[in-house]
Design a protein around this ligand. Structure first.
Ligand code: SER
Ligand code: ZN
Length: 498
């Protein structure tokens, strides 16, 4: 890495008369730094009236912008006392940082605050007119990382994500091959919701979704000792900054605005317009809204982690086993929506677990046993399990690799007969299970008395369970497996529409 910085100090008075002394002082400062890093060089020193111009280059760990701030302090100390002059202003007129990339960029990239140029595997970040605060804020290192990351991702574009099957059930003869959503809509069990990707579940569909919830609680969460918690639906940005969601999928959130005020006077014009025109005047509305600082729940685990932020958990309480089934997840799906299986709003139970590595690996076995019991014995599904890119990497648009076995995400996928042949059609991910090491433990500074903690979560999507089950077993309760009929053998009688 080569750092090449051009800067100037503006002094309170003319410094031409002390030019020699300043040059000597800079030289001795430079040799002091050499003890830490031999590659740092202060050069091209020029003095004009009250301005000192110079450059700093470095190839090592000692960054010129750090040297610059130290130099300012040294000079202020020495010359303030002796000659009553001080540094009034630091100017950075140019800062170029060159470094070698792992792979040759396939095309140009842009980043904020700087130009980026490539020559083979060498990237150069060219900053202009940056101030002291900018240098202190650690942006430079993050800009270097962002360039490397963007080049790296050029190689992933269009490549499939990591996927490796680890278990599959026997083939099961489907009882039909229709799309369950379409059929439920025909039967009036379900209506398209008032806005995109949302559904209105009438009593029959609701009974099935609620049965899924009951089965998950009775067959997985209660036997394993999970406790229910209730979280907020609204997630402030600082939580998503910690989990990485904010940088991972800003285009998929539903954002939340608070009113700027409750003052009725401020809202008077809006109310008048609404009463007179019977329309919503968006411009007037925007005048009375605050910019968003939060979004609606996207996954339930971030707020659960936040609830443990900075806390030390007693050994007695480990592993922590909790789940939320109240917060509804919202994701802006754009083109990908389909039926109840790919929606903008979905109902999910999310168990979260925090414990030692051994506790969580054991828990994963237990969870797998319970899930297998449900999908084999209660649903009688044709399904499989695969290692996939961990969810937090998927959600950050990254690709996983095979290095994960202790940690990582397992997906549960079901054959959907209406989509075609079992070998060539796409199966539905109807469930996941992850162990994520200490990623969120660190992000939220969660501690134990002596052990290192790990965490993980599992997404139990009620719509996905329903879609998988009905796609194979039809809408007719008479066709449903015995195990499921123990939970639900008769559907509510629907409302007759004329
Ligand atoms: N947090 C996980 C996910 O988003 C499990 O719900 O998939
Ligand atoms: Zn989660």
């Amino acid at each position: 890495m080569i750092f090449d910085l051009k800067s100037s100090f503006t002094f309170s008075n003319d410094i031409s008369s002390i030019s020699k002394e300043l040059q000597d002082s800079i030289k001795s400062f430079n040799s002091k730094i050499h003890q830490k890093d031999k590659t740092v060089e202060i050069k091209d020193i020029k003095i004009k009236k009250n301005i000192l111009y110079f450059g700093i280059i470095s190839e090592g760990i000692f960054r010129p912008h750090n040297a610059l701030l130290q130099l300012k302090n040294e000079i202020s100390k020495e010359f303030g006392k002796k000659h009553h002059v001080g540094v009034r202003e630091i100017k950075i007129t140019g800062y170029n940082i060159s470094f070698e990339l792992e792979k040759k960029p396939l095309k140009d990239i842009t980043i904020p605050f700087a130009d980026v140029k490539f020559k083979d595997k060498i990237a150069t970040i060219i900053l202009k007119e940056v101030d002291e605060e900018f240098l202190q804020r650690n942006y430079i290192d993050r800009m270097i990382n962002r360039v490397s990351e963007k080049v790296e991702s050029q190689y992933y574009e269009g490549k499939g994500e990591f996927w490796k099957a680890i278990w599959e059930s026997a083939e099961k003869k489907p009882l039909w091959n229709k799309d369950p959503t379409e059929e439920m809509v025909k039967n009036k069990w379900l209506e398209q919701g008032p806005t995109k990707g949302k559904w209105f579940y009438r009593a029959q569909a609701t009974a099935i979704l609620k049965t899924m919830e009951k089965i998950a609680i009775e067959e997985v969460l209660k036997p394993l000792g999970f406790q229910e918690v209730i979280e907020s639906h609204i997630v402030p940005f600082d939580i998503w900054l910690k989990t990485g969601h904010m940088e991972g999928m800003p285009g998929e959130f539903y954002y939340v605005c608070e009113p700027a005020t409750r003052d009725t006077q401020a809202w008077e014009r809006f109310v008048d317009l609404t009463k007179i025109t019977k329309e919503v005047h968006i411009d007037e509305l925007m005048n009375n809204l605050s910019p968003p600082k939060a979004g609606i729940c996207y996954a339930q685990c971030p707020i659960i982690y936040w609830s443990f932020k900075g806390k030390t958990i007693s050994e007695k309480s480990l592993p922590v086993l909790v789940y939320d089934k109240t917060a509804i997840s919202n994701r802006y799906e754009s083109g990908g929506r389909h039926g109840i299986e790919r929606v903008d709003e979905f109902h999910r139970i999310e168990p979260v677990y925090i414990g030692t590595r051994e506790q969580l690996l054991k828990l994963r076995e237990n969870l797998l046993d319970c899930y297998k019991h449900i999908f084999n014995d209660i649903f009688d599904l044709e399904w499989r399990i695969a290692w996939v890119t961990p969810w937090y990497m998927q959600q950050a648009g990254k690709i996983g690799d095979e290095s994960t076995q202790d940690t990582g995400t397992i997906d549960f996928e079901a054959y959907m007969p209406y989509r075609g042949d079992r070998k060539t059609s796409e199966w539905l991910e109807f469930q996941n299970l992850s162990i994520l090491g200490d990623k969120y433990i660190k992000a939220f500074n969660i501690k134990a008395q002596k052990n290192e903690l790990w965490s993980g979560c599992s997404g139990i999507g009620l719509e996905r369970w329903t879609a998988a089950f009905l796609a194979q077993k039809s809408l007719d309760p008479n066709n449903w497996p015995e195990g499921f009929r123990k939970y639900l053998d008769k559907l509510p009688v629907g409302i007759e529409f004329l």
